[in-house]
Design a binder for this molecule. Sequence first.
Ligand code: 3EB
Length: 333
Amino acid sequence: MTPFTVFYCDDARAEEWLDNERLLALIRFGEPGAIAPDPQICEVALAELGGTATAEVWLGAGPAQTGIADGVRHASDGDTLFLHLCLDEYAPDALQPLTAVAYRRLFAVARALGYPHFLRIWNFFPQINRECEGLERYRAFCAGRHQALVAELAEFEMQLPAASAIGARGPGLQLYALAAREPGIQIENPRQVSAFHYPRQYGLRSPSFSRAVLKTWGERHHHLYISGTASIVGHASRHQDTLPQLDETLANLEALLAEAGRRTSMPLPLALLKIYVRPDLDPSPLRDRVTRTFGADVPLLFLRADICRQELLIEIEGLAASAAGHHFQDHVS
Ligand code: 3EB
């Protein structure tokens, strides 16, 4: 069994994928627009850096079955379920209950379709660092997510999906997620305190996510879903400028890949990285450094975004996948 794949393409050619029967999702970036008419299109309100226009294609292992339930758009290839939900914000200080409702709805739909295990969730909402009624909106979001996940997960700390929580231009709360019939394995970063164990100074309810989730598809295909990773060591933010923060983030990614590598018997090369940057800058120096660490073959996408801590300027997420054609026996030593 070969699992679904994710890759970047030129946005100008993105719509050609709409005719593909295996399409699970087409993620486009840029101006906030009307909700896309095609249920597989997810439009994320983040500008791309570097003058290119890129889209992300999720292609299932087989023909996709699509539908919409309780406002949740979904597509499945029989093994994997992609879900997408956008909710209007009825008030800027109601992000906590809105987030809880959104999560409860995602879980209800995924469970009803037979995919109760969330592997990876993306969260986008505007003004992530703004204070409303004395509470930063990111922390209000964390409280709502925590509330829902405590109720939904039998073993809260062990079953948390990988995640990104990103300040986008909105409007509204936008979630998309990947769920499966069987669970993945939690991977934490030995250089960092687990986010679900952050001390109270970062919010009353900790950010509820795993640093990465390792999923085995069939017998010998592995995916590593890597959460948004930033310049955090222990639980503290490190460095003031973008490039030193990038270097620390790359060290965190390497530590996470090494940790996941100990759980598989085959290499887990990066399939793609997504780099969220707060300042509107030329991404070339960033690209050079990422390339020096991970090689020139890893596709990179740079997006202008707000990060969940005010002092963080960069955050990187990604997917690593055991290479097609690598057979289990070849790598048992
Ligand atoms: C951090 O490590 C940086 O709240 O879902 C990264 C990835 C971060 C996901 C989330 C937050 C989240 O705490 C911020």
